[in-house]
Design a protein around this ligand. Structure first.
Ligand code: 3PG
Length: 213
């Protein structure tokens, strides 16, 4: 699994923020991915929370050369396999189950599963997964909680998501066991609806420039 951690981190390539995206209209997927990539956010997560999500992944994977598209909100092996077949380069889940871990073990596509409690994190470590989503970050205890995990669970790095925005992202990025953050603020629903690609590109550019404080 170490190879898959490496694969995930090399896809991330130092990007501080992964946009978490909900696509309601598949026609918006390609221009949205282009705007985010133009702003410097190549790695993007399309959540499987809408009927158009898999087709959106398929189109972005096929048409947007500079994007690194993954699937989010993957809850079971069937969704894992569908997302991988659609062209997802990585797969994100809000939690960790035995069946998802098995699906990931049989695939070349790296899994970024969610874990919060020490027991969940230890279960992930036993499965060889040491980069984890931390969701819902703000509600679960935020940066204080993450810092408390650093000493006992020193080998783990987190991608916190949930309640993160331009206002608090840098505080998260300053936590030593945080590798990146995720959030929907860079691709707001209304900007997608109104095709404001310039607005999204500039939100992406600001997010790309965020630094630990
Ligand atoms: C996720 O799935 O990571 C979250 O829904 C993103 O949370 P946010 O909308 O608060 O950024």
């Amino acid at each position: 699994m170490a190879g898959k951690t490496q694969k995930l981190l090399s896809l991330l390539d130092g990007q501080p923020v992964i946009p978490v995206i909900k696509i309601k209209d598949v026609e918006k997927a390609v221009p949205l991915a282009r705007a985010l990539a133009a702003g410097g956010l190549r790695m993007i997560e399309i959540t499987l929370r809408t009927p158009d999500a898999l087709e959106a992944i398929r189109r972005i994977a096929g048409e947007v050369e500079h994007a690194v598209v993954g699937a989010g909100t993957v809850l079971n092996p069937k969704q894992f396999d569908e997302a991988a077949a659609a062209g997802s380069k990585f797969i994100v889940s809000p939690g960790l189950t035995d069946s998802l871990v098995s699906a990931a073990a049989n695939s070349e596509v790296p899994l970024l599963p969610g874990a919060i409690t020490p027991s969940e994190i230890m279960t992930a470590l036993e499965a060889g997964i040491d980069v984890l989503k931390f969701f819902p970050a703000e509600q679960a205890g935020g940066t204080t909680f993450l810092r408390s995990l650093a000493s006992p669970l020193a080998s783990v790095r987190f991608c916190p998501t949930g309640g993160i925005s331009a206002l608090n992202a840098e505080e998260y990025l300053a936590v030593p066991n945080v590798v990146c953050v995720g959030g929907s603020w860079v691709a707001p629903d209304d900007a997608i609806r109104d095709r404001k690609w310039d607005v999204i590109e500039s939100l992406a550019r600001e997010a790309r420039a965020l630094k630990p404080v």
